[in-house]
Design a protein around this ligand. Structure first.
Ligand code: TXA
Ligand code: MG
Length: 344
């Protein structure tokens, strides 16, 4: 299959580009498109065969439910059987934006492979002009996971999508680099107080200002059995080819780790804030200023991907504070490292 990447900016005939994308989707094909978080790989959420193509292109296990994207907030009422005041208040406060709400789905609305057989559905309205225009013109709900090969870091540019899915999907809408760089916050509103299943750009603090108490499970201690609502948790994620190890952002500890890796004749790539750049690592990728977690989030996946262009045997990554977006960064790094910390 030939993969076309169409740039959507002010220099192109946008109507023509969107029309192509809408036609592909209506024909039951998949299309990659930018959102404010990461690029998504979309299919019409009521078309089971089309949704199956998402899993096929990504190589993703199909017991992992997909997020459904809507172009207008009031469409939620067509898809869910009930909506609590807290859910409604969050939609009001954070949509369009990086918040996915898990709600009770109306039966037989979405294709069964969208919800992986659950009676609930994850819904979000993305805050990106290309995604919103596409959803508006299509006027259908779009199921879309991140547009990467399963297990790889999510794509934050159209080139990441092309690298992963070239020849496997017909069309990529290229809207440039995404803004937030990490997937949306997923919150389960079928329980009270609501539970954060995946931290993201809408932080726990932001949610608390709108709805009061929210539960923030510590992903380092809960196991899969205690979090049945987040089936995606049990799969490898965001992982470069070489093994990733987490380390505290301590200059001496990082120096000792690099020395010990070199003693074993191995090469190391280091992802850490700017102040770590003067060290003996074979490759250094800057996570920016430690105080600016938004910028770290924005570039994190691109740097994890760049590690695959090196011949590093080991990837060391310093962890951020868990405050604000730091919670989401920490969560993705733990998954990339499969929970492994460096011990000298
Ligand atoms: O930012 C994002 O959310 C991106 C962009 C493309 O919008 N999408 C995304 O989708 O990350 P995906 O499919 O990779 O993430 C889906 C995750 C699942 O792994 C699961 O944790 C949760 O959302 N999820 C979806 N539906 C669910 C449901 N019914 N119950 C519980 N969790 C659900
Ligand atoms: Mg994903």
């Amino acid at each position: 299959m030939k993969t076309t990447r169409l740039i959507v900016d002010n220099n192109v005939n946008k109507i023509e580009v969107y029309t192509q994308a809408v036609e592909k989707l209506k024909m039951g094909e998949v299309v990659a498109f930018p959102t404010e978080t990461v690029y998504g790989l979309g299919a019409i959420a009521t078309n089971e065969q089309a949704v199956a193509k998402i899993f096929e292109a990504k190589g993703r296990p199909s017991d992992n439910p997909l997020i459904v994207h809507v172009g207008e907030a009031h469409h939620v009422l067509k898809y869910v059987s009930e909506i609590s005041k807290k859910a409604d208040d969050c939609i009001e406060a954070f949509w369009p934006g990086p918040l996915t709400l898990i709600l009770h789905a109306k039966p037989n609305v979405f294709a069964p492979n969208v919800t992986a057989g659950l009676s609930t559905v994850g819904l979000r309205m993305p805050d990106h002009p290309v995604a919103l225009e596409l959803l508006k013109l299509l006027a259908e709900p779009v199921a879309a996971p991140s547009a990467n090969r399963s297990g790889k870091p999510s794509p934050t540019t159209a080139l990441h999508v092309e690298n992963d899915l070239q020849g496997r999907i017909p069309l990529i809408l290229d809207g440039g680099a995404t803004g937030i760089g990490l997937e949306s916050t997923v919150v389960d509103f079928t329980v009270d107080p609501p539970v954060i299943l995946r931290p993201g750009g809408v932080t726990a603090q932001m949610l608390r200002t709108v709805i009061g108490e929210v539960i923030e499970p510590d992903t380092t201690t809960v196991d899969d059995a205690t979090v049945p609502r987040a089936p995606g948790m049990k799969y490898a994620h965001y992982a470069p080819d070489a093994p990733v190890f987490l380390i505290q952002p301590d200059l001496d500890a990082v120096d000792r780790a690099i020395q010990s890796i070199h003693t074993q004749n191995q090469k190391v790539a280091l992802l850490a804030p700017d102040e770590f750049k003067h060290n003996e690592a074979d490759w250094f990728f800057s996570l920016g200023n430690q105080q600016n977690l938004e910028s770290t989030a924005q570039h994190l996946y691109a740097h994890l991907r760049e590690c695959d262009d090196t011949t590093a045997d080991i990837i060391l990554v310093t962890v951020p504070l868990k405050t604000g977006v730091g919670a989401a960064i920490f969560n993705r790094l733990e998954k990339a490292a499969d929970g492994n910390w460096w011990h000298s």
